[in-house]
Design a protein around this ligand. Structure first.
Ligand SMILES: Nc1nc2c(ncn2[C@@H]2O[C@H](COP(=O)(O)OP(=O)(O)OP(=O)(O)O)[C@@H](O)[C@H]2O)c(=O)[nH]1
Ligand SMILES: [Mg+2]
Length: 316
């Protein structure tokens, strides 16, 4: 589900990549923008008050329209097992709807995964309204706990030599990997099974959690964990009491020894998490590549604090 301009564009682009069993919903207050988003379902919000022209950064007004439309939107999503909600934070629409609908979905026991694109720091530093919208939405999401995927635009700087459309493609490919692996993990049974119910109960006991993903050669279990923790576009830092769900997927050549090294490395790198749930799945044929999907809890989005620290106008 895409919320607001950036969120809707991301959903459209994500669905151009293969994602079986996933359908797209776009919600915006901007009718012209919404008309350009080709997904299964489109919802124009706040027609009466905002006249289809977007909110121009007015989070409060969108929140009021969102409250009014909440039951109707949630009703349409009642049969979905997992809902990923995508929004660029900083504007009015995405920033208002992301916490509102995440909360609503969780109240109806749907696994809601908010994906927040955090603005560039220059936007936070140079635009007090964007900053207030983004930080307000993020603080609300953090206070709810559960899964939160915060993708900082600032981290996209690692692609700075690429043209902007290619940068967004790279971000969407990364996001596609996260969505596909979470869906895959809970949809397909495995030897040490992680189903939707066990994921939900893990999340309920874990505070704010994020999703990590990596792939490495089957002979490199330590590196698999290292890549998952460091090679991420997500913005987070560990707090005092982490927890982890660690799911490893490989071929028929994946040994118990290799699995054990993944589990132990993860445990050490997280500083002895108070709770760790393990899952594995092996395919009938041998595979050179092993995939790690981890849900790590007890986090905070790093950008919240970072963004709070620099003064709005730097001296000099
Ligand atoms: N990564 C990325 N970020 C974007 C893009 N467009 C906008 N953003 C970010 O998303 C934030 C929100 O912008 P929009 O999505 O246009 O805002 P909106 O939710 O539609 O809200 P209003 O238009 O104010 O009602 C901005 O601060 C940008 O940082 C995009 O194409 N890609
Ligand atoms: Mg907009």
């Amino acid at each position: 589900m895409g919320l607001g301009g950036a969120g809707c564009e991301a959903v459209r682009d994500l669905l151009r990549l293969e994602l079986p069993g996933v359908r797209g919903v776009a919600i915006n207050t901007d009718a012209t923008h919404l008309a350009r988003i080709e997904v299964e379902e489109r919802i124009l919000l706040g027609q009466r008050t905002l006249k289809g022209r977007g909110s121009g950064g007015d989070r409060e007004q969108v929140r009021a329209s969102g409250e009014e439309a909440r039951e109707e939107i949630l009703r349409r999503l009642r049969r979905s097992e997992i809902v990923f909600l995508l929004a660029g934070l900083g504007g009015g629409t995405g920033s208002a709807l992301l916490p509102l609908l995440t909360r609503g979905l969780r109240e109806q026991d749907t696994l809601a995964v908010p994906v927040a694109f955090l603005p560039f720091h220059i936007e936070l530093e140079s635009n007090p309204e964007r900053r207030a919208n983004a930080l307000g939405a993020l603080a609300e999401l953090e206070s709810m706990g559960g899964l939160l995927l915060a993708l900082s635009n600032e981290k996209l700087r690692r692609f700075e030599s690429l043209p902007m459309p290619r940068v967004l493609q790279a971000r969407n490919a990364y996001l596609h990997g996260l969505v596909a692996s979470l869906v895959d993990m809970v949809e397909h049974p495995s030897q040490l099974n992680v189903d939707l119910a066990s994921l939900k109960s893990h999340l309920a006991q874990s505070g704010v959690s994020t999703l990590l993903l990596s792939e490495e050669h089957v002979s490199e279990p330590e590196r698999l964990v290292h890549s998952a923790l460091t090679d991420t576009l997500l913005d987070f830092e560990l707090t005092e009491s982490p927890s982890a769900l660690v799911h490893v997927e490989g071929g028929s050549n994946l040994t118990l020894g290799a699995l054990d090294r993944v589990w132990r490395t993860m445990r050490r790198r997280l500083g002895e998490p108070r709770r760790m749930l393990i899952g594995t799945r092996t395919h009938p044929e041998p595979r050179q590549v092993v995939r790690l999907t981890a849900v790590v809890g007890g986090l905070r989005a790093r950008s919240v604090r970072d963004a709070m620290t620099p003064p709005l106008i730097a001296p000099g």
